[in-house]
Design a protein around this ligand. Structure first.
Ligand SMILES: C[S@@+](CC[C@H](N)C(=O)[O-])C[C@H]1O[C@@H](n2cnc3c(N)ncnc32)[C@H](O)[C@@H]1O
Length: 342
């Protein structure tokens, strides 16, 4: 059995009420809390929260737990909460936004992003007078400005590299060398432009960026709007500016992935493991500890095991706990993560 420190269990899924279990954790021991609480009045999981009679009561309960999550979070930690909405009398209750507002009102956290999960395969239901919901928010909160944020690891994730490498050709950026020569830049400015262009080309070849655009004084128009922003000033003072493009997955607050299908699954509402892997790359170092207080079928734990992170998980339903444990046992560690951080 593994331990975090003292008698705090890691790499385990404990069965019980998270409001009680989380109190056993000391302050500031968790790197990332990532979770999906039961949505308001959507399902009966056989106990626990979600079926309060009023949405305010639901939000109050959730905020109680949220406060505890902030307490156990390290100062440079991150919190990610995924919450779905609910129709009442044919009107959306805006439950996710009620929660996000209440969470920021605690003044314990700041909201960095609302990341939209676009479900590529929403349940095919046809409503007569409304569209099929196919998105859900993931709210990303932090405790301090110093939050862990590893864009490089996020970019280095294989599918991203493969994508950018596919697009890399040996001629990338070469035309800009010709434009530098044709430009009105001084010899010193041309030399510095060539140097930075060569570095930008290497970044694309190494898969660190997807591509870039270069603007050169006298060749390209100043950025639209004509205000003296950073790029306009660079064009004026240095003679050129390079705009790096990191690709959709890094820059956009949207993650597109299908709703998960899991062999032998007994849980009605699982989120996709690959979506959680995205957050692990971005928000946690290798070997750190992740908490999911609503562990359900164990998706968070599976993602952690695959990527060499530790997990602490709770669920109130014993059947789900058992299923989740078996699912984690059957999960293999991704080879490249076995040696990471050694
Ligand atoms: C939306 S599901 C989480 C699904 C999970 N993300 C997955 O991918 O399988 C919410 C879970 O919270 C559990 N739950 C509800 N109230 C709880 C409580 N007070 N303490 C611990 N677990 C609770 C339910 O049993 C349910 O499995």
């Amino acid at each position: 059995m593994s331990y975090l420190y003292g008698n705090i269990p890691i790499d385990q899924i404990l069965c019980g009420d998270n409001q009680e279990l989380i109190r056993q954790l000391p302050d500031s021991c968790i790197q990332l809390v990532i979770t999906s609480p039961p949505y308001f009045q959507q399902r009966d999981y056989g106990g626990g929260m979600g079926n309060e009679s009023h949405v305010d009561e639901y939000i109050d309960k959730l905020i109680c737990l949220f406060r505890e999550c902030v307490r156990v979070l390290k100062d440079d930690g991150n919190l990610v909460f995924n919450i779905g909405d609910k129709y009442q009398d044919s009107s959306l209750l805006l439950v996710p936004y009620r929660f996000a507002l209440a969470a920021t009102n605690t003044e314990l956290v700041r909201l960095v992003n609302e990341i939209t999960w676009v479900k590529k395969n929403p349940t095919p239901r046809q409503f007569k007078r409304r569209l099929v919901s196919s998105t859900e928010p993931f709210f990303h909160f932090v405790k301090s400005d110093n939050y862990f944020y590893d864009t490089k690891a996020f970019l280095a994730e294989p599918s991203t590299i493969q994508k950018s490498q596919k697009k890399t050709n040996t001629k990338v950026g070469q035309r800009y060398f010709e434009l530098i020569e044709e430009s009105e830049l001084s010899e010193a400015e041309k030399a510095s432009a060539r140097l930075e262009l060569a570095e930008a080309i290497q970044e694309v070849k190494r898969g660190e960026t997807q591509s870039f655009r270069m603007k050169i004084r006298g060749i390209h128009a100043a950025p639209f709007g004509g205000q003296m922003g950073g790029r306009t000033l660079q064009l004026k003072n240095k003679g050129f500016t390079i705009i790096r493009i990191y690709g959709n997955r890094l820059k956009r607050d949207v993650i597109e992935t299908p709703v998960a299908a899991e062999k032998g699954n007994i849980h009605p509402a699982i989120y996709p493991v690959d979506l959680i892997e995205e957050f692990l790359h971005l928000l946690t170092p290798h070997g750190s500890v992740v908490l999911d207080p609503f562990m359900g079928s164990g998706s968070t734990a599976v993602a952690c095991k695959k990527l060499g992170r530790h997990y602490v998980g709770y669920d109130i339903n014993a059947e789900y706990c058992e299923f989740a444990k078996n699912r984690v046992d059957g999960t293999e560690i991704k080879m490249r993560n076995m040696f990471e951080g050694i």
